[in-house]
Design a protein around this ligand. Structure first.
Ligand code: DI6
Ligand code: FE
Length: 409
């Protein structure tokens, strides 16, 4: 089995309770697809048959994890961007039959091949910045065939591009037009047909719902999550994005992996997330694009020790954003998160939000060897600069993705 020995590295291990878990003058050994050893250069094992990669004090981090995206979809919504700039709100556009439903129409009309071709550059862009794990939601099909089509495209992206893709069923994302006024009937379709069929095809790693005035009620969302749990699937939820309906409390009580958005979550409810080990996924791209004013309850999340993850929410409406480095910068500037919190948000805490924290998200012996080499000396630079991509090499499960040896030379 092949081995790689990284020498003269600065490691942001993200293995401590807070901060970067920084180790300077360090070495790291990869054996097969695993991290086998990590420690100071003074204790570095001999290379033996391992390929030696001299980092020249460059920074290594865990592979980045985008734990919340909707990046398989048809068409675009640039027209709505223009409308919003003229003062029409996101909720008004949705109420007028645009918004998510307009992407549903474009996604239904597109073939799986066309959806794949459109998603490809979005995924490649994320990968160019060190993303090794990506979550992709369905939710623009809203019927059996089209939800399954979306999830198959997500599975194909994983196969063709070699990164890890977690597929999340989001059949309860919006009410399709043919069910107008019959929300409960649509939820029955989701529970009785769409979800079981997608699951039977092996296409569902987790189940999500959108609980909001423009989407589904807490009761409707809970029906879907309960059905998911009957099937043995992990759950998560879009909640408290535009108003506080109580969806986060419901989802956390049921043991959700994460609650996502949560700008309108009451600070008093945050303790419940902590008790239930439910991660908070913050999505500064949607906050920025929608010019949201209500900040998520960051201080309460910190005080209660909730795992705070960050993600792109990549989607054609509220977050046409395909850069985790920019997400980190936005989180610092808009939410006043620290650069260390931002890095943790796209590594270890994002792994928690996907239920994968034992497998990925930190540079620790035993974890999968997903490693990014950055041409920076200090990790704060990743959050600080805007529009520069210092990613020089990516290792995924112990294998180089780019021709790293050239870069190192
Ligand atoms: N919240 C979001 O931010 C995305 N979905 C959701 O439930 C937006 C999806 C879209 O506008 O197309
Ligand atoms: Fe979302």
């Amino acid at each position: 089995m092949s081995q790689t020995l990284f020498i003269n590295a600065t490691l942001a291990c993200v293995d401590t309770d807070s901060g970067y878990g920084l180790r300077e003058d360090a070495a790291l050994l990869v054996d097969g697809d695993r991290i086998a050893w990590r420690g100071p250069m003074s204790e570095c094992p001999s290379a033996g048959g391992a390929e030696v990669y001299d980092c020249k004090q460059r920074l290594l981090t865990p592979g980045l994890i985008d734990c919340h995206t909707h990046l398989v979809y048809g068409g675009d919504r640039a027209d709505e961007f223009e409308q919003r700039l003229e003062g029409v709100s996101y909720a008004d556009i949705a109420a007028g039959g645009g918004g998510i439903v307009s992407t549903v129409n474009a996604t239904r009309a597109a073939s799986a091949d066309a959806l794949f071709d459109q998603a490809l550059p979005r995924v490649q862009q994320l990968m160019s910045e060190g993303v090794t794990t990506l979550e992709i939601k369905s939710g623009y099909g809203l019927d059996c065939a089209n939800e399954i089509k979306m999830l198959r495209v997500a599975a194909l992206l994983e196969k063709e591009l070699g990164l890890r893709v977690q597929k999340t069923f989001l059949g309860a994302h919006a009410l399709p037009p043919e069910y107008s006024g019959r929300g409960d009937d649509y939820i029955s379709l989701v529970c009785d047909e769409m979800l079981p069929q997608a699951h039977a095809e092996g296409l569902v790693d987790a189940v999500d719902v959108f609980i909001e005035s423009i989407a589904f009620s807490v009761e409707q969302g809970e029906r879907v999550l309960a059905r998911a749990q009957q099937l043995g699937l992990p759950i998560k939820a879009h909640v408290e994005q535009l108003s506080d309906l109580g969806g986060a409390v419901m989802a956390a009580r049921r043991g959700a992996l994460s609650v996502d958005h949560i700008e309108y979550l009451n600070s008093d409810d945050v303790a419940l997330l902590a008790r239930n080990r439910c991660a908070a996924v913050l999505l500064p791209g949607a906050f920025y694009v929608l010019r949201e004013q209500q900040l998520p309850p960051l201080q309460a999340l910190r005080e209660q020790g909730v795992a705070i993850a960050l993600a792109s929410d990549a989607n054609p409406g509220s977050s046409p954003l395909y850069s985790l480095l920019l997400v980190m910068n936005l989180a610092c500037t808009l939410f006043r998160m620290t650069p260390a919190e931002a890095l943790r948000g796209v590594t270890l805490n994002a792994a928690s939000a996907l239920g994968l924290a034992r497998e990925i998200g930190s540079l620790e012996a035993g974890k999968q060897a997903d490693i990014v080499v950055w041409d920076v000396e200090r990790p704060a630079l990743l959050s600080y600069r805007i529009g520069i991509n210092p990613c020089v090499a990516v290792m995924q499960a112990g294998k180089w993705r780019t021709s790293a040896r050239q870069v190192a030379a």
